[in-house]
Design a protein around this ligand. Sequence first.
Ligand SMILES: [Zn+2]
Length: 273
Amino acid sequence: MPELPEVETVIAGLKPQITGAKLVSVSNSGKNLRYPLPNFSILLQQHIQSVERRAKYLLFHFENGQTLIWHLGMTGQFHVLAQHQAKTKHEHVTLAFTDGNTLRYRDTRRFGYAGLCRTNDLDQHPWFAKLGVEPLLDDFSDDYLQNILKTRKTSIKQAIMDNHVVVGVGNIYASESLFRAGINPTQVANSLKPKQYALLVQHIKTVLAEAIEAGGSTISDFVKADGKPGYFAHSFQVYGRDKQPCLVCKKPIEKIVLGGRASFFCPHCQPFK
Ligand SMILES: [Zn+2]
């Protein structure tokens, strides 16, 4: 499933190709995605002014104050191809522009979805209204985290993966940032020391920023017809490494299940505090 860094990388790949493009037509395969597709007619003859990310959503802002919102689901991919290039398998939506380019949405499992919203009303849209802060913005600070978790009795790992607290910290990035911060994933969320909240915030930002940077080197893959997500080759210190020696202390990494998700940690480097 694409996580925040992957969505950020997709957007970085799309931006130079479609910013300023004027939409002329939209066609689809006739198959529904997770929800029925929106009526695109309000976007026709409009230029795309910018492309942004909020949580794991792509936001295509159009000049008439409308925003096309898109979630990639499990297997969604965007590719920019010339209009004459043949349709490929699992291609469900095609946006055609006046410059002869097309933006193709391909999705094998069709869990992705799209919607329309006035740009000014995005914060109140049901998909966004209850979302927590963006992890890479200054809003996500140690004070913020400590405060929002002050009554939270779940594990710290589940808490940082909760979209109402902070968006975009998936299972891999939660495990990795807790390891770097030396915090046990099962520790009760409101029981951390102030310094631990600060360390955790710092490492969540670093882990995500590093993943975005790693993805940036393979941006071109996203815009080719056969784009492969090579950025997943990014190496992990604990994730997926149970029973293997910790890279710091050489003791074995352990795997436990928290909130139904596999969690990896080093009991020696991540003791209870
Ligand atoms: Zn260790």
